[in-house]
Design a protein around this ligand. Structure first.
Ligand code: IMP
Ligand code: MG
Length: 186
């Protein structure tokens, strides 16, 4: 059960709202510099990236287009299935852009390595990855983010777009979920 007061399900706040805003603004400034004069497509991976991405694009001081793809690599629990399915695709020529994939968290890396390869096969030549969180200890695929805001330990985190069983995305901070929450049915 998700508690009526979501805060009760959080073991601890890992990254505060203020820290998130500061880091995301700094990343926006860096990306603004790196992509000056290029045709930028910011490609969000739904749903987890939407909060991070909405703050990030407002920290970019350069023209860009925005698209979303939806893939599933997780069912509704905390373990990866390793299966990546495209649920929502894009309908543009990936070779016409410098693509910045925006992800909430790079965990096993299976989702992004699949997505990156798919875009490369379709003719994209310039792809970079910006992730809010990086959990390098869990990496299975050979992939690294070009931009990462925070490295996190091997704990299940929620908030600022990240979910457990489709909940907690609306928490303004990133927090560690109490393990007993996974054990309860939702
Ligand atoms: P990967 O394919 O294992 O890298 O998984 C990436 C996706 O798994 C992310 O986009 C998240 O949706 C989900 N994920 C991985 N770790 C966490 C976590 O700690 N909290 C919430 N979602 C997670
Ligand atoms: Mg996700």
């Amino acid at each position: 059960m998700i508690s009526a007061n979501m805060q009760e399900d959080i073991l601890k706040v890992l990254i505060s709202e203020e820290e998130l805003q500061k880091k995301v603004r700094a990343l926006g400034a860096q990306i603004t510099k790196d992509y000056a004069g290029s045709r930028l497509l910011v490609l969000g991976v739904l749903k987890g990236s939407f909060v991070f991405m909405s703050d990030l694009i407002r920290a970019l001081d350069l023209p860009c287009q925005v698209e979303f793809m939806a893939v599933s690599s997780y069912q509704s629990g905390v373990k990866t299935s390793g299966v990546v399915k495209i649920i929502k695709d894009i309908d543009i020529d990936p070779n016409a852009f410098n693509i910045l994939i925006v992800e909430d968290i790079l965990d096993s890396g299976l989702t992004l390595s699949y997505l990156k390869n798919l875009l490369l096969q379709r003719g994209a030549s310039n792809i970079k990855i910006a992730t809010l969180l990086d959990k390098p200890s869990r990496r299975v695929a050979d992939i690294r983010p070009d931009y990462s805001c925070f490295e996190v330990p091997d704990e299940f985190v929620v908030g600022y777009g990240l979910d457990y069983a489709e909940h907690y995305r609306n928490l303004p901070y990133v927090g560690v979920l109490k393990p007993e929450v996974y054990a309860k049915s939702v």
